[in-house]
Design a protein around this ligand. Structure first.
Ligand code: GDP
Length: 296
């Protein structure tokens, strides 16, 4: 469906043999294609602009080495810059706090918060032998609470008993207390989402954060989020100071530009990626792989 950036740049540079330095004219022609590739990958325009400038600074005047074509050289510069912006290393979810470590999951409805909560619980249990408690704070959607309990059962992790009359803040307080009394290592708090960012949601999430003092605040976001990615990540970050991002649906057929948009907008690391509906379909984030995907 997409023509890869390498192919497009190859055409631009066909006439230029691998000799001399990249001139401003060569780089400008290449940058038009870089810009197009990023926009097709759904990177937000604001981030595309800043990114293209960074690539220009790196590329102009670079000696063209004999072993690669200028097109390949620009692709390498773009790739390296993507990795630099996306963050070089996979940053694990931190449990470096007194038990029970609270982890707060935030994001829009349908982003995959409940699924990711159960996936993380399973991972922590199986890989690190942690005793995890799952708690749904979604008082508006009883089905969401049930869903977390069902997924918890599926992965063999306890979930907080549902008390229908409590507010989200009350549930979060009870979750932390029960986790402490029950000797849990980690308590994962799955907040309610909305279809769009609204003040009520942000205020509630901020209050839950103040009450539970989470060690990690993970924004769960759909990798297929387009131009709204910057606004979404920035809104949550400004209001509840996220510590990391979990991108879901990386198995979908988009090009994953949201990763670059969200990382550039917040500077917060992408910690994990969701790659399917199954409970094992979660992986560490590798910037190089997403960079390859954005470049097509
Ligand atoms: P929430 O409203 O944020 O809690 O979202 P859910 O966890 O209920 O997820 C909404 C839908 O997305 C469910 O059908 C999930 O199975 C699906 N889902 C979540 N993560 C992924 C993923 O990484 N890949 C795919 N293909 N589907 C996912």
């Amino acid at each position: 469906m997409f023509e890869s950036l390498s192919d497009r740049l190859g055409k631009i540079f066909d006439g230029l043999k691998g000799r001399g330095a990249l001139s401003e004219g060569d780089v400008d022609a290449a940058l038009r294609e870089v810009r197009r590739a990023l926009i097709e990958a759904d990177v937000s325009l604001e981030v595309v602009r800043a990114f293209v400038e960074q690539v220009r600074d790196r590329a102009v005047g670079q000696e063209v080495t004999r072993s690669v074509t200028p097109g390949q050289q620009v692709v390498k510069i773009v790739h390296d810059q993507l990795v630099a912006v996306l963050g070089e290393d996979a940053v694990p979810v931190s449990l470096n706090a007194p038990a029970p470590v609270p982890i707060l999951m935030v994001g829009l409805q349908g982003a995959g918060k409940t699924t990711v909560s159960a996936k993380i619980a399973k991972r922590l249990k199986e890989r690190q032998g942690k005793k995890v408690l799952l708690a749904s704070l979604d008082t508006r959607r009883p089905a969401a609470m049930e869903q977390l309990a069902v997924l918890g059962q599926q992965v063999g992790v306890e979930s907080l008993p549902i008390v229908k009359t409590e507010t989200a803040v009350e549930i979060s307080r009870r979750a932390v207390r029960e986790a402490r009394l029950g000797g849990f290592d980690v308590v994962i708090l799955d907040t309610a989402g909305r279809t769009h960012i609204d003040e009520e949601l942000m205020a509630e999430t901020a209050e839950i954060k103040a009450v539970t003092n989470p060690h990690e605040v993970l924004l769960v976001a759909d990798a297929l989020t387009g131009q709204d990615a910057v606004n979404l990540a920035r809104s949550f970050d400004q209001r509840v100071d996220i510590t990391g991002i979990v991108l879901t649906r990386v198995d979908g057929d988009g090009r994953g530009g949201a990763a670059l948009s969200m990382r550039a907008a917040t500077g917060k690391p992408i910690k994990l990626i969701g790659v399917g509906e199954k409970m094992d379909a979660i992986e560490d984030f590798h910037p190089g792989r997403i960079a390859d995907r954005i470049l097509g």
